[in-house]
Design a protein. Sequence first.
Length: 555
Amino acid sequence: MLCPSHFEDRRKNPCGGGSTQLALSLLLFIVVLASAIDTAASPNPTATGTAPIASVSPTSLTFASQAVGSTSAAQTITLTNTGTAALSISSIAFTGANPADFVQTNGCGSSVAAGGKCTISVTFKPTTSGSRTAAVHLADNAVGSPQAVSLTGTGTVAIASASPTSLTFASQAVGSTSAAQTITLTNTGTAALSISSIALTGANPADFVQTNACGSSVAAGGKCTISVTFKPTTSGSRTAAVHLTDNAAGSPQAVSLTGTGTVPIASVSPTSLTFASQAVGSTSAAQTITLTNTGTAALGISSIALTGANPGDFAETNGCGSSVAAGGKCTISVTSKPTASGSRTAALAITDNAAGSPQAVSVTGTGTVPVVSLSPTSLTFGNAPVDTTSSPYAVTLRNTGTAALNITNTVITGANATDFIEDDSCSSSVAAGGNCAIAILFAPSATGLRTASLTLTDNASGSPQPIPLSGTGTHDVILSWTPSTTPGIVGYNVFRGTASEGESVTPLNSTPINGSTFADVNVTAGATYYYVVTAVAADNVTQSGDSNEVSATIP
């Protein structure tokens, strides 16, 4: 053993104060010995040493903010051995405050050759929000081991809130859609809110509809809206909820939905209308139908119309409008105006949003018509003295129809209208099945044939009805006398002559005249005639003496 010159002063430890000094002395001895050996073998001896040298790049990694529970993109550390010996790696591990928030994978194995390198891939997966730190420690055989790379990152979280937390819809008619109400979903957190579903759940999800502009994500500090409408499928209370499934604490967030379905209930009274017989073309008094909504929703009316066999024979007016409120009512007024005789039928159909629509009210009526029958259909008066008035001739008018005959006018027209006189007439109306008489007199104003027509204007078919009138005006001699008071007189004979006291012995009449007047119609214009009258006894032979003679000159 060789020691420095001061060896003699260190008896207890002749090569230094401790074990390190001793190791160095031994190493020196070995080196010296090796040098002695090499010197003996080579005339030009040299000495060579080897060691690994480890370096890492970069020396720190900073990760962007990362949602808690999610994994970042990887960042890479390069471990380089710039030494002349292999770098032996005993461990690659995380240390520091939050080692569980980082993950590494590497291709380094247990050794890196001299001049070689390898990579270590690190990802950040924060377990909670806020600043997260750690370090990658590489334990090896290089000077300065372990090498350390600091790691930092920030964990972020999404925080979801829905406002309002419940929606209450007003009562809504079954099958109709309400106005929309809005839910606002707000992310008050520091990470994006990832939405996996927005769905309707609960007792009656089919009674609600949602649309939204949220997409699959809401940025930190952002918000989106969800629009909800209520369309009840049946009456009564209806409930559901909007469920928002996301990556925020408390997921799913729920917004309760409530509404009430309502229905209209329509009823009509009466369910049928029967009109009394009505003259064709005339309008009856109105009858009324009441439409009542006994339901809980407004009754929407789309039409009120007459249908059936004879809808044109009836008319309706109403004050219902397009809607009748729940519990409300309105009236419909119907009249009959038949276009033909006989039975007339129709139905009033009310089309609405109530069950059983359309509601129908049957409508019936009978059209009636007057029918005029005249007897005789013409009047012929025969001969009548000019400027005298005949006895009345009657025309019988019968209404053989089913409606009242309304007479608006009777008038005599024609060539000689003034030679005929209407002495008596019918009233303004003749009931169905009734009759009346019209009396006409002939008063010729001149000789010869005289004609006119009696015209009746009424509401019967064929109106006006004409009745032809005719007669002949003559210059007759009308004789009159005072009847005899002698008993047994059965009549009178009239004798005529063309000279005074020159009357014929043959009477003008073929049988005794039972009366006190006689018309001599067989006369000639311009002639003068003389007349006497005798009374005839019961034996038709015995006559009285002649009466005073009278004469008449024909114009």
